[in-house]
Structure formats: structure tokens, C-alpha cells
Design a protein around this ligand. Structure first.
Ligand SMILES: [Mg+2]
Length: 401
């Protein structure tokens, strides 16, 4: 079997997605997600201009060799654009291999390690009573793990919380500006979890995302005050470019720590893992080089008691979700999967075998990844440039969003 053609499909059924389709001379095709939120066309161009010409004529069965060719052969290593492009090729090749062998991809990864992939949904409140209602509503839908975020009084717009239609939008800027005040947040967050636990008890896992807003000592302070509420994890308390900065957090709290939705490679977290400075690594199949590299990362983390809790926001397409679930069902130290919301239009563009039931996600039994793209439908949703918000502190300094 040879790769006969590869093409990049950009579509926007509610939000932008970049998809790579690889076709073969035997009529089997595979697809991979290459979406990099807010920088979509950079990956589309990298694929179309530099990667696709290297694929044609290759044997799609040689997944590892193709991965190494695209990683080492480019000379310029890592980075989100490169690694998302490699991930898309990798996913598509696993999809083709599964279809060629008439088996779901998880079977090629060692078979099932569990019966379903535990997932968590998002409860985002305007007030604490509103957040509690959102948690209860997800519990009614079967969720066993829920991330709780809430508007902090005095901070107009902030990550992970509901916003008004024009909130933070300046007419002279193409992006939204959010506000941030660490002191207000640090006082509020323990109160939020005290009231949520009071209302719903301890039978559901609760998670919380600080979205890279704190310093290590602030994160230690917060983690210590959240210990009584038994969080599943405190996520992205501090940006992890300086991996050793997590030592200081660890010295001050036993609240489990997760980080890494922006990681591209094992090299972004090898020290965090080796020194057991985190409990969960959040690298994703789409931004960390596909199934091939994410498996290596997870295998490296396993003896250090670090498990995966892969990023899964709505900007990861249903193709990524499919690949994440074949990884998650088969990988022993895959602990949990974030499950972001996709619009009905997105589900229609990407028909898929994976499903949610009773708090767990299931990859399904279709051969390959069990997901496809309806190209005719996709062509009706034109790309629209969009940006992630930018965060500014009360004195006007740009912060981490
Ligand atoms: Mg996050």
C-alpha cells in the first residue's frame, strides 16, 4: 500500500478545525486533527507546503519511521505548529492501519486496559450558587468528575467562566481582553470549593484550573487551603516552562497537581515527571506529536506514578477525541480525559463511533479511529480568523491567559 494523496481541510462549524486526510492507492483513507486554536492556518500551511510533499509514495504502515522522518528530518524540532502537523499525520496513519487490519486502533496499542475512559465536564458559574447548580446538572447527566470554575467578584471576565456577549471586547482589537487580580482569586477559590462540597458532598471528583495565573508560592498557598476539599487536581497553577518551579509548590501542598495542555513533547515535562513534581500530565494527542509520541510520554511517566489527564477542550476536534480515546482505553496510566463541548454542526461534520455514557467515554468498535469528515458539509463552513483572549492584570500588565 502507498500513500497516493494527502490534503488539508479547513472548516469552521462553530469554530475552526484543521484536518489532514491521507488517501492510499488501495482506497483506504485516514484522517488526523491538526487544529491549533488561534493559529490554525500556520499548521495548515506547514502541512500543505512542507509535509504533504514528503508523504506521497510512502508506505502508510511505517508509522514510526514517518514520525521520525518528520521530526528529525525537518532539523527544526518541537514547537506547537510542527508537533500538531506531525500529530495529524500520525493519527491518519494509525487510522489507515486499523482500517487495513479491520480492527479498532486501541487493539493495535495493546488492547483495553479498562472498560471506559473516565472523563470530566465543565461547570462554570456566574456566582457560587450558579456553579453549584451547574455541577448538579452535570451529575444528573452522569458525570463522575467535574471541573468547577466561577466568576470571582471584582474580576469582570476571566478564564473558564461565562461572559457577556461584548464583555472585554474593544472595537479596535481583534481579540478579547480579560481582567485578572490574583489576590481576589486567592481569597475566593477556597470559599467556592467549601460551598460546593457542602452542597454536593464528596461522591464526585472535583477539579479546578488556575490557568497559569499564579506564582509557585501563591500556588502552594492555594493548594494547601484546598486540601480539605479533596480535589482530583489543581490544574496549570503555574506555567511550566521552568520545570523546577513546581518543587516549591510540592513542598507546600498535597493537593494533586496537573499541568501541560500546552506541552508539545516529553522534553517539556521530563523533569516534572522524573522528580515526581506533578501527578497528572495534560499533553494531548494533537499538540504532542500524535498517538506515537503520547504513548512514549505515558510509558516514560508510568514508573514515576505520573498519569495522564489529557487536554480535551472544544477546540480539539472529534478526530482528536477519537485518537485520545483509543490512547486512553489502552494506556495503563491514562487516568482521565477532559471532555469539552462540540456543537451539533461539529458532530455532523465529523461523524464518529465514540460515545459518552454514565461518566465514561468509549472509543467504539469501528476499524481505525472510528471517525471521518463529511467534506461536502465541511465546505459549507468557511474559516473565520479568531484569537484566544488576552489577560491583563489590574495595572495593565499583560498576564498569562
Ligand atoms: Mg486548562
Amino acid at each position: 500500500m502507498k500513500i497516493s494523496r494527502a490534503s488539508v481541510i479547513v472548516t469552521s462549524p462553530g469554530r475552526n478545525f484543521v484536518t489532514l486526510k491521507i488517501e492510499t492507492d488501495e482506497g483506504i483513507h485516514g484522517i488526523g486533527d491538526a487544529t491549533l486554536n488561534g493559529r490554525e492556518l500556520a499548521v495548515a500551511a506547514y502541512l500543505a507546503e512542507h509535509v504533504v510533499p514528503m508523504l506521497e509514495g510512502r508506505d502508510p504502515a511505517d508509522i514510526e519511521d514517518t514520525w521520525q522522518l518528520l521530526y528529525k528530518g525537518a532539523y527544526w524540532r518541537r514547537g506547537p505548529v510542527t508537533m500538531a502537523a506531525i500529530a495529524a499525520v500520525d493519527m491518519a496513519l494509525w487510522d489507515i492501519k486499523g482500517k487495513a487490519l479491520d480492527t479498532p486502533v486501541y487493539n493495535l496499542l495493546g488492547g483495553r486496559s479498562r472498560t471506559g475512559v473516565l472523563c470530566y465536564g465543565h461547570a462554570s458559574g456566574r456566582t457560587i450558587p450558579d456553579a453549584i447548580e451547574k455541577v448538579q446538572s452535570l451529575q444528573e447527566k452522569g458525570y463522575r468528575a467535574i471541573r468547577v470554575q466561577c466568576v470571582v467578584p471584582g474580576i469582570d471576565n476571566m478564564y473558564g467562566t461565562p461572559r457577556g456577549e461584548t464583555a472585554g471586547q474593544r472595537p479596535d482589537l481583534p481579540f478579547v481582553e480579560d481582567g485578572w487580580a490574583t489576590e481576589k482569586y486567592l481569597r475566593f477559590a477556597p470559599q467556592l470549593f467549601a460551598e460546593v462540597r457542602d452542597a454536593i458532598g464528596y461522591d464526585v471528583h472535583l477539579l479546578h484550573d488556575a490557568h497559569h495565573r499564579l506564582t509557585p508560592i501563591e500556588a502552594g498557598w492555594l493548594g494547601k487551603r484546598l486540601e480539605d476539599f479533596q480535589l482530583f487536581w489543581l490544574e496549570d497553577a503555574v506555567p511550566a516552562e521552568l520545570q523546577e518551579s513546581f518543587r516549591l509548590i510540592r513542598q507546600h501542598t498535597t493537593t494533586p497537581l496537573a499541568v501541560g495542555e500546552v506541552f508539545n513533547s516529553l522534553m517539556d515535562c521530563h523533569q516534572l515527571i522524573r522528580e515526581q513534581l506533578i501527578d497528572y500530565v495534560r499533553a494531548t494527542v494533537v499538540h504532542a506529536g500524535g498517538i506515537t509520541h503520547l504513548r512514549k510520554l505515558a510509558n516514560f511517566a508510568e514508573p514515576y506514578h505520573v498519569r495522564t489527564g489529557c487536554h480535551g477542550a472544544g477546540d480539539l476536534s472529534p478526530v482528536s477525541m477519537a485518537a485520545a480515546l483509543h490512547f486512553g482505553i489502552s494506556t495503563h496510566n491514562a487516568a482521565i480525559q477532559e471532555y469539552g463541548h462540540h456543537s451539533e454542526e461539529t458532530h455532523a461534520v465529523f461523524p464518529h463511533a465514540w460515545s459518552f455514557s454514565d461518566g465514561y467515554l468509549h472509543p467504539g468498535e469501528a476499524p481505525g479511529l472510528g471517525v471521518d469528515i463529511d467534506e461536502e458539509l465541511a465546505s459549507r463552513y468557511e474559516y473565520s480568523r479568531s484569537y484566544l483572549p488576552v489577560s491583563r492584570k489590574v495595572d495593565g500588565t499583560v498576564g498569562s491567559w
